[in-house]
Design a binder for this molecule. Sequence first.
Ligand SMILES: [Zn+2]
Length: 336
Amino acid sequence: MPKILFNPEVLKHKPKFYHVENPERVKIILENLKSKGYNDIILMTEKSTIDEILKIHDKEYVETIINLSNLNFTYYDTDTYICKDTLDAALSAFKMSKDAVKLSLKNKDLYFVLTRPPGHHAGISGRALGAPSNGFCIFNNICGSAYLLKKFMKKVIIIDFDVHHGNGTQEIFWNDEDIIHIDFHQKGIYPGTGDIFDLGGDNARGTKINLPFKSHSTDSDYIYAWIEIVDPILKYFKPKIVLVSSGFDAYMNDGLASIDLTETFYKFAGYKLSKYSVVSVLEGGYGIGLKYGPVSFLEGYEKLNIEEDKYIFPSEDTKLMVNTVKNVISEYLDIF
Ligand SMILES: [Zn+2]
């Protein structure tokens, strides 16, 4: 039975005025998971220390966050608010992301971590790779998971299916050949990064794999790309544990993006990962995807067997994108 990691501290990161990234998001996920019988909630209470954060982010950035959290309410940038409890919420989220890795090493299961504020846009010093903002993110939680997992595994695989490119994650591990980061995202939207030809630094080329999809791509497009790209990579590296930056904003009608996924993709992704221990760290998701995405992901992991063939009708754009990725990556990884 998948486990849900939750620390009520994450609800204290609150906007002063309406903001799409708000505590209701986690409440909606929790409510829907519980209503489907996913009641195995592990209540977490600890926070990471500042030293743990400094393994991922630089001192100046962390000090800025600490200082801004001392104000009553302010903005790090036009998108990203900071209230008096933001630092505690972010330290709690970071800690849960690491603790989930420890649990996943002990027992094979899916550990669904309810992190807020999200993390994958936060780079070494905040804004990553020229992005206009931190995109609601404070500390990069999935990088905390990956940093810890590296101590136990030769290669770490991060799959990011949030609709936005995980530019912070890519920047932080750009030169790390042991981190394979596969990123599904909508092309041309915030943060504007995630090009197919961004492959990693000199010694890490081919370990950063970007899959930019056209707007209104569907389950079929995502499933096709997963079968063609993700499956062979998992088969090749045979990880015991897979890390997932799980945003649910690629679900249709999200409001912040325009990819048209349904429950089918999330069930499929869960099913495909059911062989492995999974640490799933929450990123974005602002619409009905919060209601249906996590439940589908857990259901897929637990029991669903999807008839793959039924869903493989990718668009010509997706086929071209996937073929280009395979050609480019095959120069560095002997997989495709
Ligand atoms: Zn997102």
